[in-house]
Design a protein. Structure first.
Ligand code: PRP
Length: 208
């Protein structure tokens, strides 16, 4: 009997770092991911397909069972919620930090801080706990530009090497959270496809 497992992957760095993990677990795309525009890919394993998605959409596909499994950043799970999902493992890939950052010596401690971010919920909670009054400017990317253009006093963004901050004259201020990629699973899939899914989850989770 075929199991028809769909694994939703987050395109970009998480996808690149997921492929070696999958290969070690015996799963490889049937065609090179870089050379195709296909969004649903067959693999060398007849039961497993890969869906290539934007990170923010991965939890939705898994929650509704369109995908059985997903690999997504902890930042996405915290920002958009992980209700209805089972977080099976920290895969220890795509590690980075969610940080506040800005122009050195430019930020005043008094008054309302204007914060540019795409992580609106995490940012509101973080500054709320500190008792700091903020206005949030919601952006969708290239956050480092916002302080340079006087759109914001600080940004809340993912920092990996710090190269993007440095290249734009910004410095990191405070770490909000360490981030890594998580393996998430649809709860009904675990019950219905246990004999196939559990060993596969174990093989992915054990490899880090
Ligand atoms: C992420 C993040 C930073 C950059 C950090 O952006 O938003 O801009 O990577 O990496 P670094 O510290 O190694 O320079 P990404 O390239 O994922 O694009 P995005 O702006 O769409 O988030």
């Amino acid at each position: 009997m075929k199991n028809n497992i769909v694994l939703a992957l987050t395109k970009g760095r998480i996808l690149r770092e997921s492929l070696p993990l999958l290969a070690d677990a015996g799963v490889e795309p049937a065609e090179p991911i870089d050379a195709t525009r296909k969004l649903l890919l067959a693999t060398n394993h007849e039961d497993i397909k890969l869906a290539i998605l934007r990170g923010a959409d991965v939890p939705t596909y898994v929650k509704y069972g369109a995908a059985d499994l997903g690999i997504v950043g902890k930042d996405v799970l915290l920002e958009y919620g992980s209700e209805g999902l089972y977080e099976a493992a920290d895969l220890g890939i795509a590690c980075c930090r969610l940080m506040t950052a800005g122009i050195p010596n430019r930020v005043s401690n008094v008054g309302t801080l204007r914060v540019a971010t795409k992580f609106v919920n995490i940012t509101r909670e973080y500054f709320g706990k500190k008792g700091k009054q903020i206005d949030i400017v919601k952006l969708y990317g290239a956050l480092e530009l916002a302080p340079l253009m006087d759109l914001a006093d600080v940004i809340v963004d993912l920092v990996d090497t710090g190269d993007t901050l440095r290249a734009n004259g910004l410095i990191p201020f405070e770490e909000i959270l360490p981030i890594s990629s998580r393996l998430i699973v649809n709860k009904a899939s675990i019950r219905q496809k246990t004999p196939f899914l559990l060993p596969f989850i174990d093989s992915l989770a054990k490899l880090n």
